[in-house]
Design a protein around this ligand. Structure first.
Ligand SMILES: *[C@@H]1O[C@H](CO)[C@@H](O)[C@H](O)[C@H]1NC(C)=O
Ligand SMILES: *[C@@H]1O[C@H](CO)[C@@H](O)[C@H](O)[C@H]1NC(C)=O
Length: 221
C-alpha cells in the first residue's frame, strides 16, 4: 500500500519527493562558494550526496561525497557537505575553485531505483577577470549589476521569442494580404482604365461602373 501511495504522491504532486537547489552558480578561481539544496519532507531518511556529473549520454557520479547522518559537516578535499536536518537543507561548500571545476554537478538523494537529483551548473571564471580589489564599491556594484542584467536577459529572451513569433507571423500575413489586395486593385484599376478607353463614347456608362468597384476594393483591403 505504501509504495502505491508514494507512487500516487509522485504522480499527483510533482515536487513532493524532489530536491531543489540553484541551477547555476558562479565563482572566480581560488574562491569559496556555498550552495544549498532543499529536499522534500519524505526524503528525510535517505542518504544525501554531492557529486560531479561525468559522461556524455547518461551521467555518472564522480567524486561523490555523502552527508553524515547526524548533521555534522563532512569535508573531503576542497568539498564540504552538511545536512541540516531541521530545515532539510544540504549545504555544499567548494573551496579554492579551479577553472577545471566548471561543469555540472548533482545534489542527490540515494533511493532504491532512481535517485532524486538536482543538476547544478558551476561556472568558474578566470581570476584575471575578477574585478580588481582596488576598485571602489560602486564599480564593484556595477559589475554585479551587469552580471545580473545579462542573466535576466537570457532568461527573458525565450519568452520574447514566444511572444514575438506569432506577431511576426501575423504581420507577414497582413503584409501579404495587403500586397495581394493592392495588386488586385491595380489590376481592377487597369481594367477600369481599359474599360474607360473602350467606353469613352458614352461617359455615363463609366460613372456607372465606378460606383460598384470602389466598395469592392475596400472590402478586399
Ligand atoms: C537552515 O539552517 C541553517 C542552520 O540553522 C542555516 O544556516 C540555513 O540558512 C538554513 N537554510 C534555510 C534554507 O533555511
Ligand atoms: C555552509 O557551510 C559553510 C562552510 O562550513 C559555511 O561557511 C556557511 O555559512 C554554510 N551556509 C549555510 C547557509 O549554512
Amino acid at each position: 500500500m505504501r509504495p502505491l501511495v508514494l507512487l500516487w504522491g509522485c504522480l499527483v504532486l510533482p515536487g513532493y519527493g524532489a530536491i531543489m537547489g540553484p541551477k547555476k552558480i558562479r565563482g572566480f578561481e581560488g574562491d569559496t562558494v556555498s550552495l544549498q539544496c532543499t529536499y522534500g519532507e519524505n526524503l528525510g531518511g535517505y542518504k544525501k550526496y554531492w557529486c560531479r556529473k561525468s559522461g556524455i549520454l547518461f551521467g555518472r557520479c564522480s567524486g561523490i561525497i555523502y552527508a553524515t547522518e547526524d548533521g555534522k559537516e563532512r569535508t573531503e578535499g576542497r568539498v564540504s557537505i552538511q545536512n541540516n536536518l531541521w530545515n532539510r537543507t544540504l549545504n555544499v561548500t567548494l573551496r579554492n575553485l579551479a577553472l577545471q571545476d566548471s561543469g555540472e554537478y548533482w545534489c542527490g538523494v540515494k533511493r532504491l531505483g532512481f535517485d532524486e537529483t538536482f543538476l547544478v551548473s558551476l561556472i568558474v571564471l578566470p581570476g584575471t577577470s575578477r574585478p580588481s580589489t582596488n576598485l571602489d564599491s560602486t564599480s564593484a556594484e556595477d559589475t554585479s549589476l551587469v552580471l545580473r542584467s545579462s542573466s535576466s536577459k537570457s532568461r527573458v529572451s525565450p519568452t520574447m521569442v514566444r511572444i514575438l513569433a506569432p506577431v511576426l507571423v501575423l504581420l507577414t500575413l497582413l503584409l501579404v494580404t495587403g500586397l495581394a489586395a493592392i495588386g488586385g486593385c491595380m489590376l481592377r484599376w487597369r481594367k477600369q482604365a481599359q474599360l474607360a478607353t473602350e467606353t469613352q463614347k458614352n461617359k455615363i456608362n463609366l460613372s456607372h461602373l465606378n460606383t460598384p468597384m470602389f466598395p469592392l476594393s475596400v472590402f478586399w483591403l
